[in-house]
Design a binder for this molecule. Structure first.
Ligand code: NAD
Length: 497
């Protein structure tokens, strides 16, 4: 049975009738599980109007009240996170433990946002001039939009909305139309936590809804996460409308393995970071850079571990689930064909994988290529699936040059026991998030998440202090309390005395 999934506007499900719909699938069976309403520009306008009305009051709610609501949301989410994880698995396909992991990482941002009274403290300088004080405050923007991808239907929206709401903004979330139910569940939870109606809305949709958010004059900022071409478009169009935009794009993450590394630990890390969530993570490792002479031994160890991976329905006891849609599975499989044709050595072929799940599921097993060259499409493109490429290089310098020549700069890792080499890498590599013997270096909520180059357009990363700054505007007040000594005419530019 296919369920209807609709927008959440003004603190309740939308009551209208949609002209357009999208299909939502259970990727483990391939069957349609839901039909999602796709918003027209008019529906986006409805959501923004309700959000703008709510923002006018929410910005003046006391810090204590805002913190209490965010804290109540944290408590509810923590108590019911298994429910959300099950919704994610049912629509995305990732295994339950992984879905729970994404909820936990989102929860950390909610916990960070509970510290908003401290985070919003401004500065105060007494007597900058005689009897004159200066202080700084940060105020919310108003209505802010979040547009998120399919691969983290809960965590990625939670990189933004807890901080935005705690700062006193109203949020309109446009989640991926491929797995939209998590967003609606989160909206219901906000209502239960006592958030006023309209402060958090969800509009489902595709390009039409995104374009209206980019154009709408009452939407002050856009926080976008998705593929690089769309991120670039959103950044250019949003900023041309005078909006503040942070647009996080795609990735091609390299894991450099130096000759002194522990190859067993490096192989474990490559398998975990390459195939977790079926490689559908922006921080997945997709290229292992093996520095001579470790190539043969490392490839053998990775292949051996891949033999033990069980693929199947994510709600069962398996390590890897299906891909998000049949179309995406076919696209990823076409890269496996291309790598084979281009002459890379196909060490493990995921197209032959046994699966613990229904035949109609969107399956593709973990795949390993060795002897991959940078000109091959499996190296060049973001595949966003369970395909790991090993590129062999002769030296640290060659590894660094390869990583720095890549147009993406999201995450990278170096595996070594040489502290000096690791330190040199973190200094020289042109990538936003670096792991030293940590394959998926996703920063904690009190640091900021974001890549460099084609992995992020704009200058603010997500959450941490950069998130607080993104969702507020600074204001500086210069103040004095007049007494007769301040009288007299003086047309000169004010200076301190
Ligand atoms: P996507 O770009 O297809 O979609 C992202 C969002 O944009 C969705 O809400 C979608 O509805 C909307 N959208 C799609 N096409 C659009 C268009 N032409 N115009 C306007 N809006 C459009 O991305 P996806 O397939 O959902 O997610 C996977 C991508 O996201 C990968 O490239 C991955 O690397 C990236 N990602 C990046 C990060 C990061 O932090 N840098 C995190 C997660 C995912």
């Amino acid at each position: 049975m296919s369920t209807r999934i609709t927008h959440w506007i003004g603190g309740k499900p939308w009551a209208g009738t949609s002209e357009r719909h999208g299909s939502v699938y259970d990727p483990a069976t391939g069957r349609e599980s839901g039909r999602v309403d796709l918003a027209s520009a008019g529906v986006v306008d409805e959501a923004v109007q309700s959000a703008a009305a709510a923002a006018a009051e929410w910005r003046n709610a006391s810090l204590t009240r805002r913190t209490q609501v965010v804290f109540a949301f944290r408590e509810l989410l923590n108590a019911r996170k298994q429910e959300l994880a099950a919704i994610i698995t049912a629509e995305h396909g990732k295994v339950l433990s992984d879905a729970l992991g994404e909820v936990t990482r989102g929860l950390e941002v909610v916990e960070f946002a509970c510290g908003i009274p401290h985070l919003l403290k401004g500065g105060f300088s007494e007597n900058v001039s005689t009897g004159v004080d200066v202080y700084s405050i940060r105020q919310p923007l108003g209505v802010v939009a979040v547009i998120s991808p399919f691969n983290f239907p809960a965590m990625v929206p939670m990189w933004f909305f807890p901080v935005a709401i705690a700062c006193g903004n109203s949020v309109v979330l446009k989640p991926s139309e491929k797995d939209p139910s998590a967003a609606v569940w989160l909206a219901e939870l906000w209502a239960e936590a006592g958030l006023p109606d309209g402060v958090f809305s969800v509009v489902h949709g595709d390009k039409e809804a995104v374009d209206r958010l980019l154009e709408h004059p009452d939407v002050r900022s856009i926080s976008f996460v998705g593929s690089t071409p769309v991120a670039r478009y959103v950044y250019e169009r949003g900023t041309s409308q005078g909006k503040r935009v942070q647009a996080l794009g795609g990735a091609k993450n390299h894991m450099v393995v130096l000759p002194d590394a522990d190859l067993d630990l490096a192989a474990d890390a490559a398998v975990n970071a390459g195939f977790g969530s079926a490689g559908e993570r922006c921080m997945a490792i997709s290229a292992v850079v093996a520095v001579d002479p470790v190539g043969d031994e490392l490839v053998a160890k990775i292949a051996e571990r891949m033999g033990g991976l069980r693929v199947g329905d994510g709600s069962r006891s398996v390590e890897m689930g299906p891909l998000i849609t049949g179309e995406h599975r076919d696209r990823v499989a076409s890269y496996v064909d291309a790598g084979d044709q281009d002459g890379a050595r196909l060490v493990v072929d995921g197209r032959d994988q046994d699966v613990d799940g229904e035949a109609g599921g969107f399956w593709l097993g973990p795949t390993l290529f060795d002897q991959v060259r940078p000109d091959m499409s499996i190296y060049r493109d973001e595949i966003f699936g369970p395909v790991l490429s090993v590129v062999r290089v002769a030296s640290y310098d060659e590894a660094l040059a390869l990583v720095n020549a890549n147009p993406y700069g999201n995450g990278t890792a170096i595996f070594t026991n040489d502290g000096g080499a690791a330190r040199r890498y973190q200094n020289e590599v042109e990538v936003g998030m670096v792991g030293v013997n940590v394959p998926i270096p996703v920063p904690m909520s009190y640091y900021s998440f974001g890549g460099w180059k084609n992995s992020l357009f704009g200058d603010s990363h997500a959450h941490g202090m950069e998130g607080v700054h993104f969702f507020t505007r600074g204001k500086v007040v210069t103040s004095r309390w007049l007494d007769p000594s301040h009288g007299g005419i003086n047309l000169g530019f004010p200076t301190q005395s």
